[in-house]
Design a protein around this ligand. Structure first.
Ligand code: PLP
Length: 316
């Protein structure tokens, strides 16, 4: 757990003011910043920070191949494939769900980065399949490093301790960071680095027990987290299913700042921020950071992108 991280991107990541978005969501123009973790390497996104630690631990154990899992549009799987390429390792991605016929978005990048993609049968347990794949790799003389969903282990979550330190330096009187919660490691690292009172997580429905996971991971990082500020009101019909509030948030960010969110994570996170302003738990005058965790490739792999393109043509 204490292996030094490998470097997979350029740091620090910029923190940008977002005055037009701030006004649009009911805050003052000087109240809102966006932490651009969508601008990391490998097509952008939060998983790079975790992978710097996970790959370091894997390499220390002699790994020759990274094995991980996620949905067919997993940003984490895509960035794991890229990290493997950059380190001279192989990658096997054990994906769940049904790939759409066009194989768009992250799937196209998985192939480009040279990963082997295994799609689970409906109902098949991804963890068991990863274990089987790892067994086959070992039998073939490889040394697999198996990374869980979202890279959310205590080792991976350490990447967001580093992000918390960047934020504390960039905006010393920061009050609240708002972040999407999937497998929980990102929020956990921020909670461990900044304190639970400074982090609002917006659940996206990726795992059944986000609160327990975040609590456990933050505790493993040495924090005593106390009460987590975790909103579960933006999940809607479930993980990956766009809500009206998230669609509105996507448009608002795009049309006020030229900032592209994704339908699965960051649009729901911004919708959670809007809900917090509406109910008065986030107030004008406080310094709020919206952590942009990436997902652009996922947008292009989501049916919503097709809808948007169709609407653009109708309006021409
Ligand atoms: C994975 C992911 C998240 C969620 O991060 P966790 O650490 O899994 O909670 C948020 N946004 C994007 C774009 C992601 O790919």
């Amino acid at each position: 757990m204490s292996t030094a991280p490998v470097r997979l991107s350029s740091w620090p990541i910029p923190l940008e003011p977002a005055p037009r978005l701030a006004r649009a969501v009911g805050l003052g123009p000087d109240d809102l910043w966006v932490k651009r973790d969508d601008l990391t390497s490998f097509g952008g996104g939060n998983k790079v920070r975790k992978l710097e630690h996970l790959v370091a631990a894997g390499e220390a154990a002699g790994a020759t191949v990274l094995v991980t899992t996620g949905g067919v549009q997993s940003n984490h799987a895509r960035m794991t494939a890229a990290a493997a390429a950059q380190r001279g390792l192989r990658a096997v991605l054990v994906l769940t769900g049904e790939p759409s016929a066009a194989r768009p978005g992250n799937l196209a990048l998985d192939e480009l980065f040279g990963a082997r993609v295994v799609v689970c049968a409906p109902g098949e347990d991804a963890e068991e399949r990863m274990a089987a794949v790892a067994g086959q790799l070992r039998a073939a003389g490889e040394v697999p490093a198996v990374l869980p969903l979202g890279g959310s282990t205590p080792t991976g979550a350490r990447g967001y301790l580093a992000c918390a330190a960047e934020l504390a330096e960039q905006l010393p009187d920061l009050q609240t960071v708002v972040v999407a919660v999937g497998s929980g490691g990102t929020m956990a690292g921020l909670v461990a680095g900044l304190g639970a009172e400074h982090v609002v997580g917006v659940d996206t429905g990726a795992v059944p027990d986000p609160e327990a996971r975040v609590h456990e991971l933050a505790t493993a990082l040495g924090a005593t987290p106390g009460a987590l500020r975790l909103r579960r009101d933006q999940v809607g019909e479930g993980y990956g299913v766009l809500t009206a509030a998230a669609a509105a948030a996507l448009r608002t960010a795009a049309r006020t700042e030229g900032l592209v969110l994704d339908p699965v994570y960051t649009a729901k996170a911004l919708a959670g921020l809007v809900a917090a302003v509406t109910e008065g738990t986030l107030r004008p005058g406080g310094r709020t950071v919206f952590l942009h965790t990436g997902g652009l490739a996922g947008l292009f792999g989501h049916p919503y992108a097709t809808e948007l393109a169709a609407a653009a043509l109708d309006g021409a």
